[in-house]
Design a protein around this ligand. Structure first.
Ligand SMILES: Nc1ncnc2c1ncn2[C@@H]1O[C@H](COP(=O)(O)OP(=O)(O)OP(=O)(O)O)[C@@H](O)[C@H]1O
Ligand SMILES: CC(=O)N[C@H]1[C@@H]2OC[C@@H](O2)[C@@H](O)[C@@H]1O[C@H](C)C(=O)O
Length: 374
């Protein structure tokens, strides 16, 4: 594709269901991806509720799935349109949109003996129609077909953006879930995996107690005390002890999972503090597997980077970590994942692999995603 433009739009709507992030990224073969512009389109409450219901559904009608997918696709199209209008661009300036879709279920090891699957609601045909852009979508399932976990996928982008020959770096995403990528300075294959929940339980507990959709700055968690017996019970979950490759989602970590570990006598603020500590402890445990207590540069992405209490807990667990903001590389914390899907679209158009078998456990490198013409 010699004459394709260098501009890509990455679309990400993550497990927090807070909205669609759209990132305009310039990508060329010999330079680092450059973030040019961003737009966040908030998730309407009705759509959020529809998607949450599907995330926890043991059954759903085709009509419900279609309605959610259609509304989600129109939301994505509004995000793209706002981004392009803001930049004075039209669809033909864009080489491709990379669309992640909305994960509603992730079962890379199968469910009750059934086949492995990962399900993202997405309608790339409709998105191409609504935006007049070429769309690349369905990034996860090829990795799954090759025996991988289909997640996390961002580590390959982390390598492209953050690798250094001078120091070891860990990139931590604190979204609904947390995932880490370890980049050694010798350029060896990156390692990475989901460490467990980041904000998903903090958000759910907050909402359950009428404290808003999330714990602003971690203030509520900071007002409580960690219940060490509860923390031990939560950390006994098998997922935290599985060797990589591993990935997880809302199927395992949800409010009823938390409630099944409570004795009912805990003060709500203490539960919030314990959940924040669970995130920090499970991330630190994951990083410790790679690095022991060696010094490292830690780059934090995702909405949790704005939670001062959570970041302080991480710093307490990782005294040898030098925290650097992702914005030092031109990608503020909130835009790394959307940037990753712009980059993955670029990789697809150029028939380059998008997965890292060292992370997902796939049999080999694979070109990820399907192309939908403008
Ligand atoms: N100021 C803040 N204080 C505390 N927490 C915050 C703040 N801003 C964002 N968050 C947290 O970040 C979450 C959103 O993070 P993000 O958008 O990275 O998640 P996501 O991309 O949906 O998830 P994932 O990476 O798992 O797919 C919110 O739900 C909230 O918990
Ligand atoms: C199945 C799925 O959507 N997983 C998400 C989720 O959110 C964070 C973590 O769990 C990560 O594994 C992944 O997203 C990012 C973009 C990834 O694939 O790297």
């Amino acid at each position: 594709m010699e004459n394709t433009p260098d501009l890509y739009v990455g679309l990400m709507s993550g497990t927090s269901l807070d909205g669609v992030d759209a990132a305009l990224v310039e990508i060329t073969p010999h330079t680092s991806p450059r973030l040019l512009a961003t737009h966040a389109e908030p998730m309407p409450t009705a759509l959020r509720e529809m998607l949450l219901t599907l995330c926890h559904a043991s059954s759903a009608s085709f009509a419900e799935l279609a309605a959610a997918e259609d509304a989600f696709c129109h939301l994505q199209a509004r995000a793209v349109s706002a981004l392009l209008v803001q930049q004075g661009l039209t669809g033909d300036a864009i080489a491709a949109i990379g669309s992640h879709g909305q994960t509603v279920e992730h079962a890379p090891n199968g469910h009750q003996g059934g086949p492995a699957y990962t399900l993202q609601l997405d309608n790339p045909s409709l998105l191409a129609e609504l935006t007049n852009c070429r769309v690349v979508a369905d990034f996860r399932r090829r990795d799954l077909a090759a025996g991988g976990q289909a997640a996390p996928l961002a580590p390959a982008f982390h390598q492209a953006l953050f690798h250094s020959g001078e120091e070891e770096r860990v990139i931590l995403n604190l979204g609904g879930f947390a995932n880490i990528t370890w980049l050694s300075q010798d350029g060896g294959a990156p390692l990475g995996f989901d460490t467990g929940p980041a904000n998903v339980l903090l958000d759910a507990w907050c909402q359950h107690h009428g404290h808003g959709t999330f714990d602003e700055n971690g203030a509520w968690a900071a007002s409580g005390h960690v219940d060490s017996a509860l923390l031990t019970r939560l950390l006994s979950e098998a997922f935290f002890h599985q060797p990589p490759p591993r990935s997880t989602g809302r199927e395992l970590f949800h409010l009823p999972w938390l409630e099944s570990h409570l004795n009912g006598a805990e003060a709500p603020a203490d539960v919030q503090a314990t959940l924040a500590e669970l995130t920090a402890a499970s991330v630190a445990q994951g990083i410790g597997q790679f690095l022991g207590s060696r010094p490292l540069t830690l780059i934090i992405g995702g909405g949790g980077a704005r939670n001062a209490d959570l970041c302080q807990r991480l710093a307490n667990h990782l005294p040898n970590a030098n925290l650097r903001p992702a914005s030092d590389w031109g990608f503020p914390a909130d835009w790394i994942e959307a940037g990753a899907f712009a980059w993955l679209a670029y990789r697809r158009l150029h028939n380059l692999p998008g997965n890292l078998p060292s992370v997902t456990g796939a049999k080999g490198e694979r070109v990820l995603g399907g192309i939908y013409a403008a």
